[in-house]
Design a protein. Structure first.
Length: 606
């Protein structure tokens, strides 16, 4: 992003965003900063006055004692006022940052909710999300600090420049020239830090992943069994120190450049002191004026350096927060753009009995050249029990995600009762269980109730869903029943076996009583054969009145399906009942024959 783009994003995105978070407090902060900015000039004036009064007092003029004490009193009063204002400003800034941080994190979460699911399948998305969530929000808030400090320093500098100009115009010009090298150096360092952050994001993510492997419960079994710790520690250490050395090298060059800037600043201060000394000597100025001028030069120099540092800080943080702006500007999930085609298909299917109609479905993953699905088409009638089978990599799970509206196909359509499947925004008519189902480290009630969040507190509906899968028996063994916290993530949580977790996931799908279409992607992969057979015996009862689609690699479970869809290399190669496909002696018959020794005459694992 170029300089104009960075500044535009700062002025029209970040600053208004932060302002809307706490407008009243920010307005009060600005007033406080303005008052604080005028204090150095007032203190310089009081110092000058005190020095002159003290000089007269030391010369024997005892009448100056009271005025000198009065001046000291004013200095103390301004000091206490400054202390109170700083404390108030600090408290205001804490609350402002909290409000802005909450609003910013909420925006990120809302954006994730609006994005197409396909983003979550791309490494570029996780690189960007890493940058957005690992400190970028804080950098956006840091603009506040820099902005207020720049405002305060500019007001302070302006008042001091008037004082210096009254003494000699060259001092004012010299102070202003100090800002150039400091600003350019800090801006250049900011650009380098930003580029380094972009370049290191993938390796930084891998460092964190390797650390999770070494510290998480999920990976501990294999890590210990296969003695992987030395290898993973080596990989982690190599990447960690590669990034660390690059950062250290950048900071080292920054220190050299910063030293040059400080040396230049010190040289100017020394030269200005000599100039003031010579002018005071030849002009016979008072000691009070001399002290005031030296203090003014030093304070003005410090203000200039602060302005340069904070302006470059604003620029650097604007560079980093441009990533946040780009993330928030990612295109949201939109209705299918093929409006005319969808309208035609919807009108065409109004005369049918509804169900699930898939026509010419094609899908290719981003950055892949080989399609995952090619010209897939079928019609599932309302209430049918359908099985989707195929070897690993045939496209079964990809098809399931397209049917659920999670993936947006590049070609074809998926219509549920004549309407685009993605039009079901509230998710009430569709439910699913995935092979990689979530194990929420929350209560059992929430783990089931998330299937239909609007009915989370419906205990009767909860109990019915639990009884269908046997989770009600699991709840009886837990210390607090449905209110028991599950998992080991938090204190007091109770861990379940993988098979029990899968029953909970199945209960979650049954909890959505309004769902007309349910899709199960390997729903019994974690169950033992006996539990799987028992579940399939009851499956017709469990999905009664619903259209159900089951993806399974155990073909014995497909014998009683009303329709079997056979996928191979992303294409639908066969469809029909079990008997029809066996008689056809095609792909399904070959797959079933290879597994036939597993099953008894009823298709149940022997």
């Amino acid at each position: 992003m170029n300089h104009k783009g960075v500044l535009r994003g700062l002025l029209f995105e970040i600053v208004p965003f932060i302002w809307k978070s706490a407008p009243v407090r920010l307005a009060v902060m600005m007033v406080i900063r303005i008052v604080e900015a005028l204090q150095p000039a007032v203190q310089i004036y009081l110092t000058k006055r005190l020095v002159e009064q003290a000089a007269l007092l030391f010369q024997g003029n005892k009448e100056m004692l009271l005025p000198a004490l009065t001046t000291i009193g004013w200095q103390a009063l301004f000091f206490l006022a400054a202390l109170g204002l700083r404390s108030l400003a600090h408290m205001l800034l804490v609350v402002i940052k909290q409000k802005a941080q909450f609003r910013m994190d909420r925006e990120i979460a809302d954006k994730c909710a609006r994005l197409d699911y396909i983003y979550f399948e791309q490494s570029e998305y996780y690189d960007r999300l890493q940058r957005v969530t690992q400190g970028l929000a804080y950098r956006g808030l840091s603009v506040l600090d820099h902005f207020f400090l720049v405002l305060q320093s500019i007001i302070t500098l302006t008042s001091l420049l008037f004082v210096l100009a009254g003494f000699h115009w060259m001092l004012s010009v010299g102070v202003l020239c100090l800002i150039i090298p400091s600003f350019l150096i800090n801006m250049k360092l900011g650009q380098k830090r930003y580029k380094q952050m972009i370049a290191q994001t993938p390796s930084s993510r891998k460092v964190q992943y390797l650390m999770r492997l070494m510290t998480s419960r999920e990976s501990a079994k294999e890590m210990k069994l296969f003695k992987l710790y030395p290898y993973i520690i080596g990989q982690w250490g190599e990447l960690y120190w590669k990034n660390a050395k690059e950062k250290a090298a950048l900071e080292k060059s920054g220190q050299w450049l910063g030293g040059f800037s400080e040396t230049f600043s010190y040289a100017f201060t020394a030269l200005a002191t000599v100039v003031v000394l010579l002018i005071s000597y030849t002009g016979s100025l008072t000691i009070g004026v001399f002290v005031a001028m030296i203090q003014t030069v030093t304070t003005a120099k410090d203000s200039v350096m602060l302005i340069a540092a904070n302006l470059s800080g604003i620029y650097e943080n604007a560079l980093f927060t441009s990533e946040l702006i780009q993330f928030l500007h990612l295109p949201d999930k939109k209705p299918d753009e093929r409006v005319e085609l969808q309208k035609f298909l919807s009108e065409f299917h109004e005369a049918t009995k509804g169900g699930l109609e898939v026509t010419g479905l094609c899908f290719t993953y981003p950055n892949h050249s080989v399609p995952a699905l090619t010209d897939v088409g079928f019609h599932i009638k309302p209430g049918q029990r359908v099985a989707i089978v195929g070897h690993n990599g045939a496209g079964k799970s990809t098809l399931a995600k397209c049917l659920l509206g999670l993936y947006r196909p590049q070609g074809g359509s998926v219509l549920w009762n004549g309407k685009d499947i993605s039009a079901d925004e509230d998710g009430k008519s569709i439910s699913a269980v995935f092979q990689d189902f979530m194990q929420y480290q929350l209560t059992l009630k929430e783990n089931i109730g998330f299937g239909q969040i609007s009915a989370l507190d419906d205990s009767e509906q909860l109990n019915i869903a639990a009884v269908k899968t046997g989770v009600d028996f699991i709840s009886h063994s837990l210390p607090h029943g449905y209110e028991t916290l599950l998992g080991h993530e938090y204190e007091g949580g109770k861990e379940l076996s993988q098979g029990q977790w899968q029953k909970v996931a199945l209960s979650r799908s049954f909890f959505n009583v309004d769902a007309e279409l349910v899709i199960y992607d390997e729903p019994t992969s974690a169950l033992d054969p006996i539990a799987e057979a028992a579940l399939f015996e009851r499956f017709s009862e469990l999905v009664e009145g619903k259209t159900s689609i089951m993806i399974s690699h155990r073909l014995g479970s497909c014998r009683n399906a009303d329709l079997i869809l056979v996928l191979k290399d992303g294409r639908l190669v066969e469809q029909g009942t079990h008997a029809q496909l066996i008689q056809r002696q095609g792909e399904y018959a070959r797959m079933y024959g290879a597994q036939s020794q597993w099953y008894d005459m009823n298709g149940v694992i022997a």
